[in-house]
Design a protein around this ligand. Structure first.
Ligand SMILES: [Zn+2]
Length: 270
C-alpha cells in the first residue's frame, strides 16, 4: 500500500491512530485505545468488523440462474428475462463511469471492477485492485476527509447498517459521496418477480431504495445532495422506457437505477 494512504489509516472503531507492530513473524496494526489488533490476510491489511468473518470459503449459490460469488457485479438474466428485456448484449449492465484522475477516489465494496485509488471490500477480489484493504462499508479505517470522492456502487442494498454506511462515507470524504443502487420502484422488478428472477431474489439484498425514501433520509440526516434516477441497462428496450420517466409522479417506474450524490462543504477554519 502507498505510504500516503498508510498515513491516513485509523482504527475503524475509535478513529485512534494505529501503530504498525512487528513481533517475530507477526505483523499487525494496533490501536492502543480499544486494544484491537488488525492483522494481515494474505499480506492484505484486514480491518473487517468483529462480527464479519472473511468469506473466503463461501459456498457459491445459484442466483439469476448463475453461480453467484461475492463480488460478482454484473447480472446474467435467464432466457425469459432476456426475451422480455431484449437484452442480448454482452455488456455488464452496470455503470460506466469516468472518474477524473485529479481526484483521490475511495471505492467502497469495489468488487472485481475496482475504480478507486484506494479500494476496500469484505472479501479479496481477483485480480487484486491497487491499494486494497479488507473493510466493511460502515466501518472504514481512514481518517476524516481523506478522499475527494467516496463512491459505492450497488453496495448499500447489501449492507446491514445503511445509515451508518452513509455517515461513514461522508466522514472520510472531502468533496462528494456517490452512491449507486437499484431503484425498487422500477416496473421491471414486477416483471422479474413474475419470471422468478432478478435482484429481489438475491439472498444478500436487505433493503429497498426509492428516490423519495432516499431523499427523505438525506434530509433527516441533514445532508445536502440529490437523488437521481437513471438506466444503466444496456438493453435498448429499458433505455427507450426512460422516455416515460419524465411523467409526473409515475416517472420512477421507468428507471432501473438510483444515483445519490452528497456534497460536503468544507468546514471553514477560523
Ligand atoms: Zn480502536
Amino acid at each position: 500500500m502507498n505510504d500516503y494512504f498508510l498515513s491516513k489509516l485509523t482504527c475503524p472503531y475509535c478513529h485512534n491512530d494505529l501503530r504498525l507492530q512487528k513481533k517475530k513473524d507477526l505483523e499487525y496494526f494496533y490501536c492502543n485505545k480499544c486494544l484491537r489488533k488488525y492483522d494481515f490476510t494474505n499480506g492484505i491489511p484486514n480491518f473487517l468488523p468483529d462480527d464479519i468473518r472473511l468469506r473466503k470459503d463461501i459456498e457459491s449459490k445459484k442466483i439469476f440462474g448463475v453461480k453467484w460469488v461475492p463480488g460478482y457485479r454484473g447480472w446474467k438474466p435467464n432466457l425469459a428475462a432476456k426475451i422480455i428485456s431484449f437484452s442480448f448484449s454482452h455488456e455488464s449492465g452496470r455503470i460506466e463511469e469516468k472518474i477524473g484522475t485529479k481526484s483521490i477516489v475511495l471505492d467502497v465494496g469495489c468488487g472485481d471492477d475496482a475504480r478507486g485509488d484506494v479500494n476496500v471490500d469484505v472479501y479479496i477480489p481477483k485480480p487484486l485492485p491497487p491499494n486494497f484493504l479488507l473493510a466493511s462499508a460502515e466501518l472504514l479505517p481512514f481518517k476524516d476527509n481523506t478522499f475527494d470522492i467516496v463512491r459505492s456502487a450497488y453496495v448499500i442494498e447489501h449492507n446491514l447498517f445503511p445509515v451508518k454506511m452513509i455517515k461513514e462515507h461522508f466522514r472520510v470524504c472531502r468533496k462528494k459521496v456517490k452512491i449507486y443502487t437499484d431503484n425498487s420502484d422500477w416496473l421491471g422488478v414486477i416483471v422479474y418477480r413474475i419470471l422468478n428472477t432478478g435482484s429481489i431474489f438475491h439472498d444478500e439484498h436487505y433493503f429497498k431504495w426509492s428516490k423519495e425514501y432516499f431523499f427523505n433520509l438525506l434530509n433527516r440526516l441533514g445532508l445536502e445532495g440529490r437523488v437521481a434516477l437513471f438506466n444503466s441497462s444496456p438493453s435498448f428496450f429499458v433505455k427507450f422506457l426512460s422516455f416515460f420517466g419524465k411523467l409526473p409522479r409515475i416517472g420512477p417506474f421507468f428507471y432501473r437505477d438510483l444515483y445519490i450524490e452528497i456534497v460536503k462543504k468544507q468546514e471553514r477554519v477560523e
